[in-house]
Structure formats: C-alpha cells, structure tokens
Design a binder for this molecule. Structure first.
Ligand code: UD1
Ligand code: MG
Length: 450
C-alpha cells in the first residue's frame, strides 16, 4: 500500500493551567514511563510523520516553553494568552503554521498514552475527521452525534447536551484532523456563545456540516485517549503504560517471573532471553542484552548490560555504567560512569565511580573509587586482571596496573605498576599476652565493684 504523500503538521495543546495536579511542576512536564507527557505527545506526532509540530503553551509556564524550544526549537512554540478555549488554542498556532498546506492534526500534551497508530485513521484521508472512543462513563466528555449515514453531524459538549445526547456513549477524545486551510477557516467562525463562554474546537464539526461538508469519525481505545488532570490519573496512566511495556517485553521473549513488580521506562531495551527478577526499576536509557540477568531489587539508569552479565540483587547502575559480557556486579554495589570489561567482578559493597575496570579484574568488598575531591571528578583505572583487596580506597586520579594486587584496607594515592603489590595501610603490631592480661585486670575491677 502506497503511503499518503499529503504533508502533515501537528498542533499539540498544552496551555491549560493544570491546577488539579496541585503541583509546582507544569502538568505536561509530569512524567509517564520516565518521560514528560508532552514528549510522549511530540513523539506520537513525529511518528505520524508530521513535518511541522507546534506546541501551544500558556504564558504562565516558561518551563513548558523552554522544554519545547530545547527539543523542537523556537518556531515550534505558540503562546495562547489568555486561554479562551480549545478552539482559541488551535488558532494560536495559525501564525506558526503560516505557509503550511496539508493536514493538521490536533493532539494534547496531557494525553500520554496515545500512539501514532491510534491517530493514523484521522490523520489519513481527507476532510474533517475526529477521533472518538466508547466511554465506560461518558460523564463530562463531548458526545459525538452521528447521522443516519454514520457520518459525524456534531460534537455536543456535556454542558450543552440534551438528555438524549447525554445518553450517547461515543465520546470525543479531542483529537481531530483536517486540511490546514479548512481547519482555520472553520475556526474563524467559532464563537464563545456557550455554557462555558469558551471558543470550542468541537464547534468546527457543526460549522463544517453547515457548509455542506462531511465529517467522519474513527475510534480509539478509551485507555489510549485518557487525559491526565490529577495525580491519581497520572498514576493510572503510569500503570497502563507499565502494563503495555511489560507485555511487550514478555512478548519479545524476556523472562520476568513477577512482571507487575518491574518498573520500566519508555526506552528500556531488554533482549530476548534476558531474565529480570522481581522488583527491578529501570530509569531511562537502559539497554540489557539477551542472556543477561538482572536480579531482584536492582535499580538501573543510563546503563548497558551485555549478555551473560549478572547484576544484583540490590545493585545500582547509574548513567555511564557499561557492563561487558560476563561481568558481575553484586549486592550493594553502585557503578557510575565506569566501563567494566569482560568478566570483571565487583561482588559486594562497593562504589565504582568515573573510570574503568579491565577484563577479569576483581574488585573486593568495600572498595571505593574516591572520585571527587570536593571540586572536581577524577578517574580511576583498574587494568585487566588486577586484584583490589577488600576495603580499599582508590583515590583518583589513580591507575592500578594490569595484574597488580592491592592489599586489603589500603588507601591508594599513587599509581601501582603492573604486577606489583601495593600495601598502603598501617603495619600490624603484635603484643604477646597483652589482651589476656588486660581482660584479667578488668574482670577483677568489675568483680570488686559488685
Ligand atoms: C475537551 C473537548 C471535549 C472532549 C474532551 C476530552 C472541547 C470544547 N471539548 O473538553 O469534547 O470530550 O476535551 O478530554 O474541546 N487547552 C488549551 N487552551 C485552552 C483550553 C484548553 O491549551 O484555552 C488544552 C488543555 O490544556 C487540555 C485540552 O486543551 O489539555 C483540553 O481542554 P479542557 O479544558 O480539558 O477541555 P474539556 O472541557 O475537557
Ligand atoms: Mg479535560
């Protein structure tokens, strides 16, 4: 099937105040699956093939503007001030879309689960098309009023609906599409003479019908079009998102005995044949190859784990942790910005920050890479086959040469040559019989007091 060649643009509405979130963070910057809801909407628009994307932001949230500018550039921002309704919001994007001819898709910054494939049926084709859904509880949603031919006659907001119309369960998701010229010319005719005193985007349907133009609907799953207005809904969206992501991993051949306890990010990549044990949290930017095992209660972010590597239980991989094949990172080990080469091990209680660990090197329990001097970060290099004894502090910048050994409890402040043994600790003293004499004296003292 040939792809449609009609150019597409998206207008993403994000100018609402989001007061019901009761949060100092602007609503659309709240995250689902570790990514701002607005970015989910932008991603969907990009995946739809929109060559221009305009985000309509309120004057009240400079953070949202900054977020859009950083991702899409200055030209992608349209300010709606003050917000006078959804129709008014789309009109605010007119200037930014000057010169664009093609289809404009209107979507929302607070509808994080909507994917390009859900929008495609309205984006494709010609004329005015609205994305509807069958609502479990239609409540305050706009109702889609269909004609006898199945075409869309009008969208009626709940506040203006007759009892008959309120009984309709096919509701307006808010997402619609039309040719730019048609959409803006219809919006020119929208007034604010209604229950809310707002310029309703939804009025474009009745106006189009009044011009003798057809309008049509496509439907999406209710979960996909859910909007987030409050924290409870954000949590609900997160739960839906997680369940979809987990399902996709299981489908792809990842073993997860307790999927409901595994928390994923939007970009988590896990290869088939990998095992993810219960209660593992993936922050953004993690790649786990097939054949790796992530054991229970581990927390990973910005890390890559190669095949045959084992992480946890209770391990923390932070950004820049790169574990090659067969690496072992055990309980209570934190790794940040360190590449561990094939077969290297840090099995217990360590902090490895900023550096590298060579192939087959062994990092003993309690080892610390002292990477920070209070002002700057420095690197620690442990070369292949080196053995770092337990409870050692490696004060960076420092290199432990290939095959070198560090005696337990050492504080290593200068480089260790390959093959050397470094001991940097107080020598042991022995005082024959001292302990026995001391205990005898103390016992006698205590007996005298009783
Ligand atoms: C809207 C639809 C309704 C639909 C529902 C789906 C209209 C008139 N009604 O109602 O048919 O069932 O969404 O959730 O469109 N926004 C702006 N600027 C504004 C007003 C809104 O950017 O001036 C943004 C908001 O940030 C929000 C979205 O548009 O993301 C929807 O606005 P909202 O006020 O929630 O519309 P509803 O009354 O829910
Ligand atoms: Mg709403």
């Amino acid at each position: 099937m040939a792809m449609s060649t009609t150019p597409r643009a998206a207008v993403i509405l994000a100018a609402g105040q989001g007061t019901r979130m009761r949060s100092p963070v602007p609503k659309v910057l709240h995250r689902v699956g570790g990514r701002a809801m607005l970015d989910h909407a932008i991603e969907a628009a990009e995946a739809l093939g929109c060559e221009r994307i305009v985000v309509v932001v309120g004057d009240h949230s400079p953070e949202v503007r900054a977020h859009v500018v950083k991702r899409l550039g200055e030209a992608a921002v349209a300010v709606q001030d003050p917000p006078l309704g959804t129709g008014h919001a789309v009109l605010a994007a007119r200037q930014a879309l000057a010169g664009f001819t093609g289809r404009v898709v209107v979507t929302y910054g607070d509808v994080p689960l909507l994917k390009a494939r859900d929008i495609e049926p309205v984006a494709a084709g010609e004329g005015l098309a609205v994305l509807g859904f069958e609502a479990r509880d239609p409540a305050a949603y706009g109702r889609l009023v269909l004609g006898s031919d199945g075409g869309l006659e009008a969208i009626v907001e709940a506040k203006e609906a007759t009892p008959e119309q309120l009984a309709l369960t096919l509701c307006n998701s808010g997402v619609l599409a039309a040719e730019a010229e048609l959409l803006f010319s219809l919006l020119d005719d929208v007034t604010n003479e209604n229950a809310k005193g707002e310029y309703y985007l939804t009025d474009v349907v009745g106006l189009a019908r009044g011009r003798g133009l057809a309008a049509r609907t496509a439907t999406a799953n209710e979960d996909a079009v859910m909007g987030v207005n409050a924290q409870a809904e954000l949590a609900q969206a997160e739960a839906l998102f997680q369940s979809v992501q987990r399902g996709a991993l299981l489908e792809a051949g990842v073993t997860m005995p307790a999927p409901d306890t595994v928390h994923l990010s939007w970009d988590t990549k896990v290869g088939s044949g990998a095992v993810i044990e219960p209660y593992v949290v993936f922050g953004p930017g993690v790649v786990v190859e097939g054949g790796a095992r992530i054991r229970a209660f581990s927390h990973l972010e910005g890390a890559t784990v190669a095949s045959g590597a084992e992480v946890g239980p209770y391990a923390r991989l932070r950004p820049g942790a790169k574990l090659a094949e067969g690496v072992k990172v055990g309980n209570f080990v934190e790794v940040k910005n360190v590449a561990m080469a094939r077969g290297a091990k840090a099995n217990h209680l360590a902090y490895l920050g900023d550096g590298e660990v060579g192939a087959g090197a062994n990092i003993g329990a309690g080892t610390i890479f002292c990477n920070y001097d209070g002002f700057f970060k420095h690197r620690t290099v442990v070369e292949a086959g080196a053995f770092v004894g337990s409870n050692s502090s490696l004060v960076a910048p420092v290199t432990v040469g290939a095959g070198a050994m560090i005696g337990s409890g050492s504080v290593v402040t200068s480089d260790v040559a390959p093959g050397d043994l470094a001991l940097a600790r107080a020598p042991q003293q022995a005082r024959p019989g001292w302990a026995a004499r001391f205990m005898e004296r103390m016992r006698a003292k205590k007996a005298a007091k009783a």
